[in-house]
Write a new protein. Sequence first.
Length: 244
Amino acid sequence: MARKRLAEREAFADCEAWMKAAPTRPVIDRANLLREAVALLDEAGLEGLTMRRLAERLGVQAPSLYNHVRDKDELVALIADALSAEISVPPAGKPWRETIEHIAHEFRRVLLAHRDAALVFAMSPPSGPNRARLIEHVLATVVDAGFAKENACKAAYAMHTFVMGFALEEGLGSARERNGTPAVADRSYTDGLPPERFPTMCALSSEWCSFDPQKAFDFALCMLMDGFAVHLAPKPKSKQPVRA
């Protein structure tokens, strides 16, 4: 056998291609496709997330991707579900407010950890197993807390849009900083305002220019939770035994 291989090498020594092993095609599965898609999102943002660029990262031709995803919209929905898997939930049995606040902070953390993640969630339907897991947990928490059925979905939606809107604004601030523009107003802007026309803005210029998103998020989330507590349905009182 060894002599036969040696003879073949000598016979085809003038053609290098015969001497090399046939190239293998890159193996694509849903897991590595999404891993590279998230990496591309972090690198180039949602606008730069194209099927062509994703295919290049995976070492394949763009048409090969359509064996795994229908189009970019479906890819974005899959990314949203993959990012949802990064959001932790507290153990069962925690007070409702602690649970909702934990998920809100986790949601914001993940949205800020990935470029344009808030846009990814906003542009995709609430589908997928990981995203459904979070929705189920939030809805179960507010229902168990005593929210009336007609208010449970409203409360969950309010929390979701609050975190999304906050993170979206923070993400736009990061984009402004990447372009060399301050994320928030600086003193050169507020000092140029005529105080007779904008007395409150001028009076609060120090606070405005030293704006801390984390503190603002905590403050606003606390106000939101206080509002939720007002609308909780009262727990039914246990009946007292009738005394003879």
